[in-house]
Unconditional design. Structure first.
Length: 497
């Protein structure tokens, strides 16, 4: 990232983090004419001549990952049945998630020491290799393995992309670039399920996985020249093996907890205890000091990411099931109820990128968390038959806009509060918090759902008697978590020196 002016009296640092040094390596190497690594006048926007190729490559890579993420939900049930592995269905999702946890920390250390080029290209190659393994799998365990390889690739890529943004773009353009991350999800969210369904029905589920690797070559070719022009990392020492081992332990602990959560029996207490024993102490060491007590500055930024992502996904995971079982909507109509949220997410991300709103970034994030809480609470109304079911679509439009404000602003703050040589490890911490928030709060939602009678719905299908309390417990809990996130936004501004 572009370092803050060391003479700026208003420059702030996170709790426990030393201030940036005047000698810090700049993220953008100045040209002899004083321009930012490009032709004069060519870097006014992220789509200007200086940044166009890099921005196009970043958006394309994110779009491909987004398309795969939205399409896989459509193809996964068919793949599991074809491979006679329905009992391993959940692991096809959790394998990606837990593997990406480890890869995020690895990518952060790798980027800080060697720069983002190698981990980015390695991650893209691993993601493509995982798709090929999954698409050609003859057994379900091979399919799960392919998904784990994809997770490693995805974890390497997302952290490396954040570091690229921090080093290649001046700070004034970083909000716009990060907004493009969200915008890159819009088209895949809309066309992904429809395209995947058509391919699955006409050509077979394997082609949903096998066709995507061919598409990763063009963005690599477009991005390579700009990536090679990035300045080298200031650090030259070896990677922090302790941090990488901690991430591996966190991933293993999360995997054990997921396994235990899928089998609510007394025997599941053993893997649950082992998972907690690995997860808790390692997470405390992996994330910045003060994260779980919402220390001012960077720790609260990282904590908020997990709270925002986890509360929203924890509620969203149960929206389609609620609409099908409680309001008798078709699966297609239930899924379309969430589409507006993807569009307004991009709109919220665009809103926070406006330069005139920069002084109000923390307030924008607070507003975003309040909108998320309101949207989740509004879904509760759909449990009453007298309220039209389309209220859910309206609620998710509101929640998506809140997510765009909160998530993208958090990424901007992280880069602003990170020294250039720490951008990789801090970006990894942000992604780890995101992943842990999803695992923890989606898991909590599942436990609440079963505890309040949702298991009967899952067991007997749409013809089961209504169990509004099961869904109500989920939405009340996630709305409450989002309100906690709104309080955390009051802790984002670091202590000034």
């Amino acid at each position: 990232m572009t370092p803050r002016d060391p003479h700026d009296a208003d420059a702030a640092v996170a709790d426990g983090a030393p201030p940036p040094q005047a000698s810090a390596v700049p993220a953008v190497r100045p040209e002899p004419d004083g321009g930012d690594l490009g032709l004069e006048g060519g870097g006014d926007t992220v789509w200007g001549k200086r940044y166009r190729a890099l921005t196009l490559g970043i958006v394309t890579v994110v779009s491909l990952i987004a398309f795969e993420a939205s399409a896989v939900n459509t193809a996964m049930p068919v793949a599991a049945r074809a491979l006679d592995g329905v009992e391993l269905y959940a692991y096809a999702f959790s394998a990606y998630f837990t593997a990406s946890l480890f890869a995020m920390a690895l990518s952060g250390e790798w980027c800080d020491r060697k720069g983002p080029l190698t981990p980015l290209f390695t991650g893209i190659a691993a993601f493509a290799a995982g798709l090929l393994v999954a698409g050609s799998a003859q057994r379900m365990w091979m399919f799960v393995g392919g998904r784990a390889i994809q997770g490693i690739g995805g974890g390497l890529v997302i952290v490396a992309l954040y570091v690229v943004v921090g080093r290649a773009y001046p700070q004034r353009l970083q909000p716009a670039v990060l907004a493009s991350f969200s915008a890159a999800w819009v088209l895949p969210v809309i066309v992904g399920p429809l395209a995947a369904g058509t391919v699955t029905e006409q050509a077979g589920w394997r082609w949903v996985f096998l066709a995507i690797p061919v598409l990763v070559v063009p963005p690599l070719a477009v991005m390579l020249p700009a990536l090679r022009a990035l300045p080298p990392s200031e650090r030259s020492a070896g990677m922090n093996r302790r941090r990488i081992l901690l991430a591996l332990a966190v991933a293993a602990g999360a995997g054990l907890l997921q396994y235990a959560g899928q089998d609510l029996s007394w025997l599941s207490l053993v893997p649950a205890a082992a998972g907690l024993a690995l997860l808790v102490p390692c997470v405390l060491r992996l994330l910045p000091k003060g994260t779980f007590r919402a220390a001012r500055g960077l720790p609260s930024v990282i904590l908020l990411r997990g709270v925002a992502a986890g509360s929203f996904l924890g509620a969203e995971s149960f929206v389609p099931l609620m609409l099908v079982t409680q309001r008798d909507l078709s699966a297609t109509a239930a899924g379309l109820s969430l589409t507006g949220g993807g569009l307004t997410w991009a709109l919220g991300s665009y809103t926070q990128s406006r330069p005139r709103l920069e002084p109000h970034r923390e307030r924008l994030m607070g507003l975003g968390m309040l909108l998320i809480a309101v949207s989740i609470a509004t879904v509760l109304l759909a449990l009453t038959d007298s309220v039209p079911a389309w209220i859910v679509a309206v609620a998710w439009v509101i929640g998506g806009y809140g997510m765009g404000l909160a998530i993208s602003s958090g990424s901007v703050l992280l880069l602003k509060l990170s020294r250039p040589e720490d951008a990789g490890s801090n970006s990894a911490s942000l992604q780890v918090s995101d992943a842990l928030g999803n695992i923890t709060l989606v898991g909590l939602s599942g436990v609440l759902f079963v505890t309040f009678g949702g298991g009967d719905i899952a067991a007997t299908g749409p013809t089961a008697s209504h169990q509004p309390a099961a869904f109500g417990a989920v939405y009340v809990a996630m709305a409450a978590v989002a309100l906690v996130g709104a309080w955390v936004t009051t802790r984002l501004r670091p202590v000034t020196e």
